[in-house]
Design a protein around this ligand. Structure first.
Ligand SMILES: [Cu+2]
Length: 391
C-alpha cells in the first residue's frame, strides 16, 4: 500500500497547473437541442448580478457534498443553503433532458438518481421543505452482475457519455411546475457510516402535456437514512455485493435509467422568468381533459427548429407530446447560435486534482496532489484523496 502521507509540493510546477475542480456541478441541461445554463456555484455567488438560470442557487462554492449526517437537514433537498432558481424551462412530458456536469472525479463511483416534485405553483418561490419527491430513475451498478471492485457505476456511464446523464420526464404525469432533483451519490468512502457523499442538483421545470398521474412523493429530508444499504456500502469488497439504490421506489412504469446517449446542442436558451397566461390556460385545459392523447404514438417530439437531438432514445420511446406542445416549447426562448460549451480544464495526468484519488489498496496512479495547500489524505484502506489542508 502506498503511503497516503506523501504529499509532493512540486513547487516549480504548481504555477503552470490549471486550477482543477474535480468535484462538479451541472453546467447545463439540454432539451430538444436547446441548452440552458445551470447554476455555477464557483462564480455566481461572487457576482452582484448573476445570470438568472434554471438551476437552483446554492452556497457550495467549494463544490462539496452533503454528508449522511445531514440527510435529515434541508441541505439534502437541493444542496447546501439552496434557494429556488429564478427561472424555469418548459419541457413536454415524455421528452428527455440531457444533464451535463462540468467535470467529475473518476474515483467517485456511485448511483445516479432523479426525482421530480410538484411545486403546486411557481417553483421560483416554492418552500423547499414542502417539496415531495418521487423517483423517476435510479441507476446503481451499470453491470449488476459484475463482482469486481470497484465496479462500473451509473456515474461511470455518465462520464463515458460526455459527462451527460439522460433523464426522461414521465409521459403521463400531470402538467405543471416541478423541481427536477438530479443526484450523484459517491460511494468511495461509504464503507464507513457517514462516508457516502450526496451531490444533489435542482432545476425548475414547467411540464406540459395531458397526463393525469400524480405520483406520491417523499420529503427531501426523508429520502435517505445513514444506514440504508445503498448509503452504507463497501465498494471495495471482492466479490462486490449487489447494490440497492437508496430512496423510495421508482414510480410505476419508470425504468432505472433511460438509454444513455449524448445530445447535440443546436442552440442556447435562457431561463424563462414568469408565467404567461397561455401557460396557465394550457395547464388548466389539460386538467379538464384527462385523455392521454399522445400515448402509444411513437412520433418523435422534435421541434422543427432542431435536427439532431437526443435521437438515440427517441426511436424507441413513445412520446406524449403533441405537435402543438412541441411548437409551444419554443415560443418563449431566446435563441442564439451555440458555440463551444466545453472548457473543462485538464491537469497533467501525473498530478491528482482536488478530491481526486491519490492512494489506497490496488491504486496505481499518482499520489501527488496538483494544487498548493492540498494534501493526500487517507479516507480508508482503499481510498485516499487530495483534500484542502486547513490553514
Ligand atoms: Cu470527493
Amino acid at each position: 500500500m502506498r503511503s497516503h502521507q506523501a504529499y509532493t509540493k512540486l513547487a516549480g510546477l504548481v504555477a503552470f497547473v490549471p486550477v482543477v475542480k474535480a468535484h462538479g456541478y451541472v453546467k447545463n441541461i439540454v432539451i430538444n437541442g436547446v441548452s440552458y445554463q445551470g447554476y455555477d456555484p464557483t462564480t455566481f455567488p461572487y457576482q452582484s448580478n448573476p445570470p438568472v438560470v434554471v438551476g437552483w442557487t446554492t452556497s457550495q462554492t467549494d463544490l462539496g457534498y452533503v454528508e449522511p449526517a445531514a440527510f435529515g437537514s434541508a441541505d439534502i433537498i437541493c444542496h447546501r443553503s439552496a434557494r429556488p432558481a429564478g427561472g424555469h424551462v418548459r419541457v413536454a412530458a415524455g421528452d428527455s433532458i440531457a444533464i451535463t456536469w462540468n467535470t467529475w472525479p473518476d474515483s467517485h463511483h456511485g448511483p445516479i438518481i432523479d426525482y421530480l416534485a410538484p411545486c403546486n405553483g411557481p417553483c421560483e418561490n416554492v418552500e423547499k421543505t414542502s417539496l415531495r419527491f418521487f423517483k423517476i430513475d435510479g441507476a446503481g451498478k451499470a453491470d449488476a452482475g459484475a463482482t469486481t471492485s470497484p465496479g462500473y457505476w451509473a456515474d461511470d456511464v455518465m462520464m463515458s457519455n460526455g459527462l451527460t446523464w439522460l433523464v426522461r420526464i414521465p409521459p403521463n404525469i400531470y402538467p405543471g411546475n416541478y423541481v427536477l432533483r438530479h443526484e450523484i451519490i459517491a460511494l468511495h468512502g461509504a464503507n464507513q457510516v457517514n462516508g457516502a457523499q450526496a451531490y444533489p442538483q435542482c432545476f425548475n421545470l414547467e411540464v406540459v402535456g395531458s397526463g393525469t398521474d400524480a405520483p406520491s412523493g417523499v420529503l427531501g429530508t426523508q429520502l435517505y437514512k445513514t444506514t440504508d444499504p445503498g448509503i452504507l456500502y463497501n465498494l471495495y469488497t471482492t466479490p462486490q455485493p449487489s447494490y440497492t439504490v437508496p430512496g423510495p421506489a421508482l414510480i410505476p412504469g419508470a425504468s432505472s435509467s433511460a438509454s444513455q446517449s449524448s445530445s447535440v446542442i443546436t442552440a442556447s436558451g435562457s431561463a424563462t422568468v414568469g408565467y404567461t397566461s397561455a401557460t396557465s390556460t394550457l395547464a388548466a385545459s389539460s386538467q379538464a381533459s384527462p385523455t392521454r392523447s399522445g400515448l402509444g404514438s411513437s412520433t418523435p417530439s422534435m421541434s422543427s427548429t432542431s435536427d439532431s437531438l437526443i435521437s438515440n432514445t427517441k426511436g424507441t420511446q413513445a412520446s406524449s407530446s403533441a405537435g402543438t406542445s412541441s411548437a409551444a416549447l419554443f415560443t418563449s426562448r431566446t435563441t442564439t447560435v451555440a458555440g463551444s460549451t466545453s472548457t473543462a480544464a485538464m491537469a497533467s495526468p501525473d498530478l491528482v486534482p482536488l478530491y481526486g484519488q491519490c492512494g489506497g489498496q490496488n491504486y496505481q496512479g499518482s499520489m501527488a496532489c496538483a494544487q498548493q495547500k492540498v494534501a493526500c489524505n487517507k479516507v480508508n484502506d482503499y481510498y485516499s484523496q487530495c483534500v484542502l489542508v486547513p490553514a
